[in-house]
Design a protein around this ligand. Structure first.
Ligand code: ZN
Length: 273
């Protein structure tokens, strides 16, 4: 995870249809607050056609450089992402696998600052409705309450700097505090296939750093001559490969680079942009 800078203004559908439906949800809640707290109720059902609209998705994806806001995996053509509510809209769990409490943060369903874009694994298989607070008694339970009193344990990719709470030793992730620990569990940041992806990525960077050290300048070193002969490539091709590798290494900690949080923790001297 790294800190993300989101566009300041909300996409239009949130300000028009979203604002209108938020009022309707608040009216529904005023009408019967007790019914909204019942476990099976769907009174405060939000509309995915609004928060999931193309303009919201596209803006989030662009702001997040096409990466999941939690695990930093790049979205590829075959992976779909979810518009994700940091404060869950339909119900919340204070405890991992604990009871689901209703109604959730219905009034934030269309709130730009509450929306992020995440991969389906982080969102659906892990975070879901898990939203623990350090102070559960201060939780905002209706639109009359103020979320400013809450102390969320999960890291927010925009309002927090995850690098201050998470650490990496090579590809192994660890926490620096309680919030880092809750986020590793809540977002599944230590799930096996993610560990493998990060390990492969790190290995690729090691290769890039090594290959990028070759220059293929005249006169060629004996080992450079040997590589060119073995690969059956020209000096120009050798130079292009080495330059490519050098760039890959130089840009590995950029905001748009996959797993930049891991890279930054391991190689603090690399530039961030
Ligand atoms: Zn993810």
């Amino acid at each position: 995870m790294i800190q993300v800078t989101k566009s300041p203004s909300a996409p239009a559908p949130l300000l028009t249809r979203g604002a209108k439906h938020r009022q309707q949800l608040e009216t529904l809640h005023e009408r019967d607050p007790d019914a909204c707290e019942k476990s099976e109720n769907t009174i405060l059902h939000s509309r995915d056609g609004i928060y999931n609209s193309t303009s919201v998705k596209d803006r989030l994806r662009a702001d997040q450089h096409d990466k999941c806001c939690y695990c930093e995996s790049l979205f590829i053509a075959t992976s779909y992402g979810d518009v994700e509510h940091f404060r869950p809209k339909a119900g919340y769990q204070q405890l991992w696998e604990g009871p689901l409490h209703k109604p959730g943060y219905y009034w934030l369903a269309y709130e730009w600052s509450n929306l992020l874009f995440s991969c389906q694994r982080c969102n659906q298989e892990f975070k879901g409705n898990y939203f623990p607070l350090a102070n559960d008694a201060a939780r905002a339970k209706t639109h009359h309450d103020d979320i400013a009193w809450e102390q969320p344990l999960l890291l927010h990719p925009v309002f927090d700097n995850p690098e201050q709470h998470l650490n990496f030793v090579q590809d192994a992730i660890g926490q620096l505090d309680d919030r880092g620990q809750a986020s590793i569990r809540g977002y599944g940041l230590d799930r096996p296939e993610l560990l493998k992806s990060r390990a492969d990525h790190l290995k690729g960077l090691f290769y890039a750093r090594l290959v990028g050290a070759f220059k293929f300048d005249s006169p060629l070193e004996p080992r450079e001559q040997e590589f060119l002969a073995e690969l059956n490539i020209t000096i120009a091709q050798g130079k292009a490969i080495a330059e490519d590798a050098k760039q890959k290494w130089r840009q590995a900690a950029f905001d748009n680079a996959e797993y930049a949080g891991m890279v930054r923790a391991n190689f603090p001297h690399l530039l961030h942009h």
